[in-house]
Design a protein. Structure first.
Length: 325
């Protein structure tokens, strides 16, 4: 006889099929959203130094990329643009023929079924590199709303399926929703970057988007990484203002925030597996220090287990290949 009674968990771990049967969380290709960086010019395919495997692509080369993404079964892309000119009013953000507007049209031409999500922000489009309108060293909230709403409407007009404001100005979801409705885009959902922290994990992205702030930082509008109750207030405001999706960004260091939002709200929840989360894994993998495939799958499964319904990730194409169709 055994000296004490205990439970035998290993009974359900004895074979691969048995483990499959009792698995609680599954990562699927349809959970993935792949970010793309569109740039002016032709024949441009420029690797982002701090993000191996991620490129700036000119519009003509986007077509082949979209073909590949579609063949892999990835349902959605998130579009960013590198503008030709930056000015104080962030004009190219809402120009009819701006880089993102052109990219949307090309993607839709290539595959009308692919879900096109656009990042709505001003930071890449003005020389100050801030997400709103700058005046005398201040990032102004209310004057930014009009430009953000204009940007969202111009994306919808070009054919975007979903607009995703990432600026963190207060009231932008309401402003965007109102403008979309006024322009008869009542069917276009808003995916709000509801809970976006002032994070060092965006470093490689800012190289990629040429969007690093020219002065100061983003701490007066992005959230303090130490706060989670504030995250619930931010998300609640977005729900009230008409958001259709909520997002937590970054993901890896904020798994508890993902879980809190999931337990509190019933909207689809998106996690953004951001640039430095990608770069850290790539760097270690290139050094032969980790098993990239196993690490990425474990990390993304963890995000789903934490409560993410969808994951924006630079690993999307690799993951789609690993998971098969
Ligand atoms: C634009 C924006 C950023 C990211 C997405 N949209 C950068 C920032 O806020 O500084 C970061 C994405 C990433 O790091 O992968 N505001």
């Amino acid at each position: 006889m055994l000296p004490i009674e205990f439970k035998r968990f290993r009974r359900l771990r004895r074979s691969a099929l048995l483990r499959d049967m009792v698995r609680e969380t599954e990562l699927n290709i349809k959970d993935l959203i792949y970010p793309l960086f569109a740039t002016h010019g032709t024949g441009v395919k420029e690797e982002i130094a701090s993000m191996p495997g991620v490129y700036h692509l000119s519009i003509d080369l986007l077509k082949r990329e979209i073909e590949e993404i579609s063949e892999l079964g990835i349902p959605a892309v998130l579009l960013f643009g590198i503008p030709a000119v930056k000015d104080e009013l962030s004009s190219e953000a809402y120009a009819e023929n701006g880089i993102v507007q052109q990219a949307i049209r090309v993607v839709k031409e290539e595959n009308p079924n692919l879900v096109v999500i656009t990042d709505v922000c001003l930071c890449s489009y003005n020389p100050m590199g801030h997400c709103g309108v700058v005046h005398e060293g201040e990032i102004l909230n209310d004057p930014s709303l009009e430009l953000l709403a204009k940007t969202a409407v111009s994306h919808a007009r070009a054919g975007a399926d979903i607009v995703a404001p990432s600026d963190m100005m207060d009231g932008r979801v309401a402003a965007i929703r109102r403008s979309l409705d006024q322009e008869n885009f009542t069917h276009v959902p808003v995916m709000s970057y509801s809970v976006k922290y002032a994070s060092a994990f965006y470093g490689p992205f800012r190289d990629a988007a040429h969007s690093a702030p020219s002065f100061g930082d983003r701490k007066t509008y992005q959230m303090d990484p130490a706060n989670v109750r504030e995250a619930l207030r931010e998300a609640a405001a977005d729900v009230e203002e008409g958001a259709d999706f909520l997002m937590v960004k970054p993901a890896l260091a904020y798994m508890d925030v993902i879980r809190r939002l999931k337990d509190t709200f019933d909207l689809p929840l998106v996690a953004y597996n951001v640039s430095a989360e990608y770069s850290m894994i790539k760097a270690a993998a290139l050094n032969g220090w980790i098993d990239e495939k196993q690490i990425v799958l474990e990390m993304l499964t963890g995000m789903k287990r934490a409560g993410a319904d969808l994951i924006i990730t630079y690993h999307a194409k690799d993951v789609a290949r690993w998971l098969g169709k």
